[in-house]
Design a protein around this ligand. Structure first.
Ligand SMILES: C=CC1=C(C)c2cc3[nH]c(cc4nc(cc5[nH]c(cc1n2)c(C)c5CCC(=O)O)C(CCC(=O)O)=C4C)c(C)c3C=C
Ligand SMILES: [Fe+2]
Length: 399
């Protein structure tokens, strides 16, 4: 679903579809490529994952519903501009004493496939803004999971904003200017910058996570699966969520030095897949269907029952699937020189219970737990896409 900006760059819209939710993957990363902003669903979910992420969570500091409403309306108008490669306000005002409207670092860079996705945490429905009656029954803080190592620096908050783009500076510019616009209404709480996608859509090659494995092989693809597993239907207890979804964010630190000493046979057994090809241990090629019943000469399962994929696969979870749209991240090195890096896990599902069911199993049984720590967490209701100019995030909640 790639459009072309007013700058008239090359036509990439072979599979273009309103709403930014098409499954077409742009192979080029031309600066002028845009995804439609208005549509049934927010962009940045079914959109083929771009290469860069800036994820930021805000705390709303005002207690005034009107101030919140104004901020959300301003954000909506600004995001409509940024995602089309346009600025909000001038970088260099004519009057010497005027403050620039736009900070300028993305000037002339184009949209770079920018999408911005906004979600509301359970805390937004605590009564501060008159939203309590609109709280979806399924939107609650995530339960504690076995092996959680959550830190307050990367947990909680009121509103999440996910900016994805094919250029990191374009994604950062959008988030920075939204934070600037929010200043008297909301403050920054935590953020993660992702530098490499760790998921795929239908037409994209599978990328690798920082453990060196292909990640995203068996992801949700296709409109039918999105309808069944990702989008909230009209049967929701809250009509304003129809066409929306729920975002779960988990900042997952990898114990990279430990992983890097592990022998390859164990690495294969941890995931239940091979490293280079990404094939299930029961098969030979990446997209072979895993056979969880296959046993070897020793009578043991070829794909270990406590491997990551055996525990997470829909075949072993009553058909439950989630859309994974995570990113690799690094925060440099820690205080004793270890690599501080991992996976910014982001999933979308029509009910957070889908993630919860999987993580309850993974958190207690996954062989991968020896090498990872979940250090950050959040769950957010992502409203549907905006209809047209004048619509804004959460508009229905101010009725
Ligand atoms: C609760 C959900 C999940 C968390 C948290 C999670 C963390 C995590 N995953 C990897 C690497 C891989 N995951 C793979 C598959 C996979 N993972 C989940 C869910 C969670 N992962 C699911 C539902 C699946 C699909 C399982 C299936 O149907 O077979 C894979 C294999 C390739 C693939 O299909 O994508 C890898 C590799 C890491 C490194 C990680 C935490 C850091
Ligand atoms: Fe996984």
């Amino acid at each position: 679903a790639i459009g072309v900006t007013a700058t008239g760059l090359s036509e990439q819209a072979a599979n273009a579809q309103a709403g930014g939710q098409g499954s077409a993957a742009g192979t080029s990363t031309a600066a002028g490529e845009t995804y439609p902003f208005y549509g049934e669903h927010q962009a940045g979910i079914q959109t083929p994952p771009q290469d860069h992420l800036v994820f930021m969570v805000f705390d709303v500091t005002t207690t005034s519903a009107t101030e919140l409403q104004v901020m959300l309306a301003k954000w909506s108008a600004a995001i409509a501009q940024y995602t089309q490669g346009l600025a909000v306000g001038t970088v260099e005002p004519e009057r010497e004493l005027a403050v620039p409207g736009d900070t300028g670092e993305a000037a002339g860079m184009g949209a770079n496939q920018l999408t911005v996705t906004v979600g509301f945490a359970p805390s937004m429905f605590d009564g501060r803004f008159g939203w309590a009656k609109y709280k979806p029954a399924v939107l609650n803080d995530l339960p504690a999971f076995a092996s959680d190592a959550l830190t307050p620096e990367f947990t909680g908050g009121d509103i999440c904003v996910q900016a994805c783009a094919s250029d990191p500076q374009v994604a950062y510019h959008a988030i920075r200017n939204l934070a600037r616009m929010a200043r008297t209404t909301a403050t920054t709480r935590w953020t993660v910058q992702g530098f490499g996608r760790a998921s795929r859509s239908a037409d994209q090659a599978t990328p690798r996570n920082l453990m060196g494995f292909k990640d995203g092989t068996r992801n949700i693809v296709g409109d039918d699966e999105f309808a069944q597993q990702v989008w909230v239907g009209a049967d929701s207890d809250q009509q304003w969520m129809t066409g929306g979804t729920y975002l779960v964010a988990r900042k997952i630190h990898m114990l990279i030095e430990t992983w890097d000493t592990d022998y390859i046979g164990d690495q294969h057994a941890v995931f239940g897949r091979t490293k280079m090809e990404g094939a299930p241990l029961s098969g030979a090629a990446e997209f072979d269907t895993p056979d969880f019943a296959a046993t070897g000469a020793d009578g043991k399962s070829v794909i270990p029952a406590n491997s990551h994929v055996a525990l997470a696969a829909h075949e072993n979870n009553g058909g439950t699937k989630i859309l994974r749209r995570g990113y690799n991240f690094t925060d440099g090195i820690d205080s004793v020189g270890r690599l501080d890096a991992g996976l910014m896990f982001i999933s979308f599902q029509h009910d957070p219970a889908q993630f919860i069911a999987l993580q309850q199993k993974l958190g207690s049984m996954d062989r991968l737990n020896e090498y990872i720590r979940h250090v950050g967490s959040g769950v957010f209701a992502v409203p549907p896409g905006l209809a047209a100019a004048g619509d804004y995030y959460g508009k229905a909640l101010f009725a």
